[in-house]
Write a protein that binds this ligand. Sequence first.
Ligand SMILES: Cc1cc2nc3c(=O)[nH]c(=O)nc-3n(C[C@H](O)[C@H](O)[C@H](O)COP(=O)(O)OP(=O)(O)OC[C@H]3O[C@@H](n4cnc5c(N)ncnc54)[C@H](O)[C@@H]3O)c2cc1C
Length: 475
Amino acid sequence: MKFDNVIIGSGLAALWCAKFLNDAAKSTLIITKNQVWDCNSFYAQGGVTLALDEKDVPIHIQDTLKAGSYHNKKEIVEILSKASLKLKEELLNYGFKFDPGVTKEGAHSIRRVFHAGGDATGRELHKFIFRKDKSYLLDEAVVFDILMEKSVAYGVSIYHKGKKYNIYGDNIIIASGGIGALYKYDTNARTISGDLQGLAVEKGIKLKDMEMTQFHPTVFIETRFSQKLLLTEALRGEGAYIIDETGRRFLFDYDERGELASRDIVSRAIFLHQQKGHKVFLDVSMFDEEYFKKRFPTIYQKLKDYDINVPYEPIPISPAFHYMMGGIEVDENSKIPGFENLYAIGEVAYTGVHGANRLASNSLLECFVFAKRASAEIIKRNFKTKDKIFSIISEELFKNDDKHYKNLLREQMWKNVGIVRDERGLKEALSFIEDTIPKLGRLAKLRFLTAREIVKAAINRKNSLGAHYRKDENA
Ligand SMILES: Cc1cc2nc3c(=O)[nH]c(=O)nc-3n(C[C@H](O)[C@H](O)[C@H](O)COP(=O)(O)OP(=O)(O)OC[C@H]3O[C@@H](n4cnc5c(N)ncnc54)[C@H](O)[C@@H]3O)c2cc1C
């Protein structure tokens, strides 16, 4: 089977890239691990950041750079923010309707986050764009290899309903998202496990800033599922407080912006307060129940299902792993340097936009902007691969103890590679990972290779920066 383009993943980055490729009459196959909606894009709550007008562009750029501790690539942030003006028009012309009014989230200096379906922005966007999608779709298919020779990618190997196959394409676009499943507590869809970042390690493709992992401060973790319930930052943007068991708004001890400081600061403050023995809650009692139900319908219903009497009862919260700022290094058109026809878009990519800490609701924007740029580059280059047949690697995909080791990895990453880090803990995680890799089936191995990159990068960055906090930095 050969297509013009093969896209790995079915999130918003994948769908938006496919839209432009299909508009240009290119045959495009989307391969996805589970069901098409089983991705982080579908669960995005808060919204999409879109600069309000030309005057807001420099302010949005400043907010993004400040949240990212100025570790961002400024020229790429400029591309992002300027393109957001056009994106607003494009989405409207495509027929998508945001809710009336815009909201504010932490570290934004003004209201510029556009949302839909109340707190279901990702679901609404994903459903809307997928309905119009003209790609071929292969679901329940896990990519476990990229078929490469020198600087050319010829296709991918997949595992589908108990069998292995190769699929070929003139361009391979990686849109496989982040790494949530590597952490014990995370907000991500269950399909998000860093497989392709592991493949990048194996193939000698450069990853960058892998130590920059974002923890969301307000997550309800007392659920039965591995995916924990995010409580969108828009709640704090619209007035919710963070309190401890005495009712005190302790965040001001850590930053004068209190609830509206950037995510790294709020997460760390909660974590450190918890370490002192306190319990932490999100207080939403200032909202009228009818308003809350309409503005945040998903959160309202899910918390009711867990017997929390919203908005009257404080909601117990903890930080949890949320977003990967680092990833596969790409150029400004999302092409992977050194490769003719290999691209990475969305959360899996490192564009340099987010720096050391992502500004809230900038990631959907990044998905849209750089997916479109990738499609334009692919169409312009019109690269064709020679017809070539590859054999499928014989390595066992699964081994009996994989699940056990994956759970141990989640514990290790949470304990030693989490919100607060030091050399001793990082080295403990590294030796666990290295000792375990030889015991694993291929798919589990890929996620361990990704974890190893995160740990190594965290060991190498000796000082704190943004989301990467080293408590031993002066030791
Ligand atoms: C709960 C939650 C709320 C969020 N809220 C917001 C928000 O309000 N605003 C914002 O800007 N951002 C938000 N984010 C972040 C944002 O949703 C993601 O960064 C973004 O959607 C990533 O999109 P993507 O297309 O890169 O990847 P995803 O949407 O995560 O899609 C990745 C796809 O790759 C597939 N895949 C992975 N591995 C393989 C494999 N080996 N083989 C085949 N397929 C594979 C997956 O199945 C999935 O389809 C939120 C994230 C979460 C988890």
